[in-house]
Design a protein around this ligand. Structure first.
Ligand code: AMP
Ligand code: ZN
Length: 114
């Protein structure tokens, strides 16, 4: 997608602070962290949101959650816990239209999130 900022990160046009990469998934530090650990996990394939997952592409969620599992252990937040969030649409406050999962950790997080 030509004007997608996360596709530009995937193809190297825009730099990122990479945390994890495999054939199908990329993870990098959020540029505006809301917690001591704030990582974004994205599919390399352009999928706009949770609502664009379907039978043909849903297997990417397995790859994404495998990556989240590895990243949480690698960053040492597995013992204390963390949060995984996929903001979706206007009410979800999704600002980038490329599916992404936030990993938030390193501090106690409030609930409800507001
Ligand atoms: P959301 O609001 O759920 O769509 O999340 C988008 C996230 O992308 C925000 O937390 C932004 O801080 C983050 N973000 C936007 N541009 C970049 C970038 N170039 N590198 C890293 N994170 C970014
Ligand atoms: Zn994209």
């Amino acid at each position: 997608m030509p004007n997608c900022i996360f596709c530009k990160i995937i193809n190297g046009e825009i730099p990122c602070s990479k945390v994890y990469e495999d054939e199908k998934v990329l993870a990098f530090n959020d540029i505006n962290p809301e917690a001591p650990i704030h990582v974004l996990v994205i599919p390399k394939q352009h999928i706009e949101s949770v609502l664009d997952l379907n039978q043909d592409n849903i297997s990417i969620t397995v790859d994404i959650f495998n990556a989240i599992n590895k990243i949480a252990k690698e960053l040492g937040i597995d013992k204390d816990g963390f949060r995984v969030v996929a903001n979706t649409g206007v009410n979800g406050n999704q600002t980038v239209a490329h599916l992404h999962y936030h990993i938030l950790g390193g501090r106690s997080l409030q609930w409800p999130p507001g």
